[in-house]
Design a protein around this ligand. Structure first.
Ligand code: 5HY
Length: 246
C-alpha cells in the first residue's frame, strides 16, 4: 500500500525526519510517500501559520490523487486541513494529534501533551475538545522550543522535553505523555526510556492506525459532509486547486 505522508510545513529536512520516523514503524508492504506544500510556513507555530498549512495540506491531497494512496497521514500536531483532506480523497485520513489522543486513551486513564511553543497550546487544547478527550487529557504543556530547533543535535532538546514531561506527569497526575509535534518523532524512544512511562509519537501511531484502516477497507465515507467537494472555480494562485466540473 502507498501511504501519503504530508508534512504541512515546508521544511524539507523536517519532512525527511518525519518520513524516517514513519518508515521505522511501517509494515514491509507500506510505501511511505512524503510530501510537503509548495507554499507556506517553514514551521507552524500559531493560527496564521496554520491557515496556510491547512491550504497546503488540501493542495497536496489534490495533487497526489493520481498516486491513489491507500491512506493519508497529516504529520503536524494541529491536524491542519484534516476535514478538507477527507473531502478530497476516498482514503482514510489521519491527523497525528487525533491518532495520538486515541492511543493514549487506550493505555492510560490520563495523559499529558508536551508540545513546542506555549502559544500553540491552545491549538492542541481545542483539538482535545473537538475530538472528545477532555476527560483523558489532563494538560497541554509548552516547552517554548521552536519547531525547527527540534532538528538541533545534542541532548539539550531531549533534556528540555523530559523536564517538562516530568513536571506534567506530576502536576497533572497523568500516566502517559503525548509528543505534541511531528518533529519530536525521533525522540520518542529516548524519552520513553528516560521517563519510564508510555510516550506516544503521533506519527508512528497514525501510520499504524492508517495501515489498519486501509487493510480493513475502511476509507473516508463519501456519504454526507465528507463527500467530494462541489465543482468550483478557484482564482489567483489557487486556480489549479479548484474542483473540476464547474
Ligand atoms: C508540528 N508545527 O507538528 C507543529 C507543532 C506545533 O510545524 N509541525 C509544525 O507546535 O504545533
Amino acid at each position: 500500500m502507498k501511504l501519503l505522508l504530508i508534512n504541512p510545513n515546508t521544511s524539507t529536512s523536517m519532512t525527511q525526519a518525519i518520513a524516517k520516523g514513519a518508515r521505522l514503524v511501517a509494515a514491509a508492504g507500506t510505501e511511505i510517500v512524503p510530501v510537503q506544500p509548495s507554499f507556506g510556513p517553514l514551521s507552524i507555530e500559531g493560527h496564521y501559520d496554520e491557515a496556510f498549512a491547512a491550504a497546503g495540506v488540501a493542495e497536496q491531497v489534490k495533487l497526489s490523487s493520481s498516486l491513489n494512496p491507500s491512506a493519508v497521514v497529516i504529520a503536524c500536531f494541529g491536524d491542519p486541513g484534516l476535514e478538507a483532506a477527507r473531502e478530497a480523497t476516498r482514503a482514510p485520513v489521519l491527523g497525528i494529534a487525533e491518532a495520538a489522543f486515541h492511543a493514549a486513551s487506550m493505555i492510560s486513564t490520563g495523559f499529558s501533551v508536551v508540545t513546542t511553543m506555549t502559544r500553540t497550546c491552545i491549538i492542541a487544547e481545542r483539538l482535545v475538545q473537538r475530538y472528545g478527550f477532555e476527560h483523558q487529557c489532563r494538560g497541554v504543556h509548552g516547552t517554548d522550543i521552536p519547531v525547527l530547533a527540534l532538528e538541533e543535535t545534542g541532548t539539550h532538546i531531549a533534556d528540555q522535553i523530559e523536564d517538562t514531561a516530568r513536571q506534567a506527569l506530576s502536576r497533572d497526575r497523568s500516566s502517559a505523555i503525548v509528543l505534541g509535534c511531528a518533529g519530536m518523532t525521533g525522540l520518542c524512544n529516548t524519552l520513553t526510556q528516560r521517563l519510564g512511562v508510555p510516550v506516544i509519537d503521533g506519527v508512528a501511531v497514525a501510520v499504524k492506525f492508517a495501515e489498519t484502516l486501509a487493510y480493513l477497507g475502511l476509507g473516508t465515507s463519501k456519504h454526507g459532509d465528507y463527500a467530494e467537494p462541489l465543482p468550483k472555480v478557484y482564482t489567483g494562485w489557487a486556480a489549479p486547486l479548484g474542483w473540476p466540473g464547474a
